[in-house]
Design a protein around this ligand. Structure first.
Ligand SMILES: C[S@@+](CC[C@H](N)C(=O)[O-])C[C@H]1O[C@@H](n2cnc3c(N)ncnc32)[C@H](O)[C@@H]1O
Length: 256
């Protein structure tokens, strides 16, 4: 595969092994225009670990991860199964090259499945045999969408989409999300990219209010909607140096 994929670009920033020269070049172009993006990607992966550990501590043992990318570098199943080997995970992504790599990575782990599906079609996920094998919908689920809705445009009504996932889950389930925020720095990064390299990544930046709206009907857990580095940090490394500059919101809601 020679075309750049955002999942493999992330893998480059996370110092993984599942990217190629075109992903690296694309990553370097993005970095040139928006130098803080790799920091946000790393902060987001650390946040995923904190959310998963939190959920396992709340008794959640099954996870659905939307827009998963490459499942390495301390992704959901690694953290969850380290806490409790019984945890099951269904990853979902629609990029065929990512799915192929991901299935290689997960070979032999029969408590994890990687679905090739479009999250804009929830039925294709809930109706999948692998979902039925691994996720019991009568029990709480940890639903995660980490830097995923950024790629779902307003015309696809992401709030209704998230609601349709949550509606299918049992009480006691959780929704954990991050989202790059609407801000001048990222906007100008996209503009610089389009001037230097052509079409920029097609992303939908969203403000706090819109992000909070994705949790409608859920009880937001502490500490609420905050910059990604400030969601229950455990170490200095989690917080980073300039938490207030982390233009990415994180939040989690519980279905009662
Ligand atoms: C920025 S990456 C985030 C990956 C991962 N959640 C993480 O935290 O590293 C976004 C991923 O969402 C996937 N994606 C975007 N739109 C999607 C859709 N409609 N259905 C399924 N996957 C999608 C992309 O292929 C990509 O792998």
């Amino acid at each position: 595969m020679t075309y750049p994929s955002i999942a493999r670009v992330n893998d480059f920033w996370l110092e993984g092994f599942n990217h190629n020269a075109s992903d690296q070049e694309y990553a370097e172009h993005i970095e040139l225009c928006a130098p803080h993006i790799p920091y946000l990607v790393r902060a987001s992966r650390q946040l995923t670990g904190r959310m998963v550990r939190y959920l396992v501590d709340q008794g959640v043992r099954q996870f659905i991860d939307l827009g998963s990318g490459i499942p390495t570098r301390r992704h959901v199943h690694e953290v969850a199964q380290e806490r409790d080997a019984e945890c099951t995970v269904v990853y979902v992504d629609f990029d065929p090259s990512v799915v192929a790599d991901a299935r290689d990575v997960l070979a032999g782990n029969d408590r994890v499945a990687y679905l090739a599906a479009d999250i804009r079609d929830p039925e294709s996920i809930f109706g999948a045999p692998e979902r039925a094998r691994l996720i019991d919908l009568s029990k709480p689920v940890g639903l995660l969408a980490i830097e995923t809705l950024l790629y779902v445009s307003d015309s696809d009504n992401p709030a209704a989409l998230i609601r349709s996932f949550v509606d299918r889950l049992a009480p006691g389930s959780y929704l954990g999300m991050t989202h790059c925020s609407e801000n001048a720095e990222l906007r100008s990064g996209l503009e610089i990219f389009s001037r230097m390299f052509g079409e920029p990544p097609d992303v939908a930046l969203r403000g706090r209010e819109e992000f909070e709206g994705f949790f409608a009907g859920l009880d937001i857990v502490e500490p609420g909607v905050v910059p990604v580095t400030l969601w229950n940090p455990l170490t200095e490394e989690d917080v980073g140096r300039n938490a207030h500059l982390a233009h990415m919101f994180a939040g989690m809601g519980r279905k009662s």
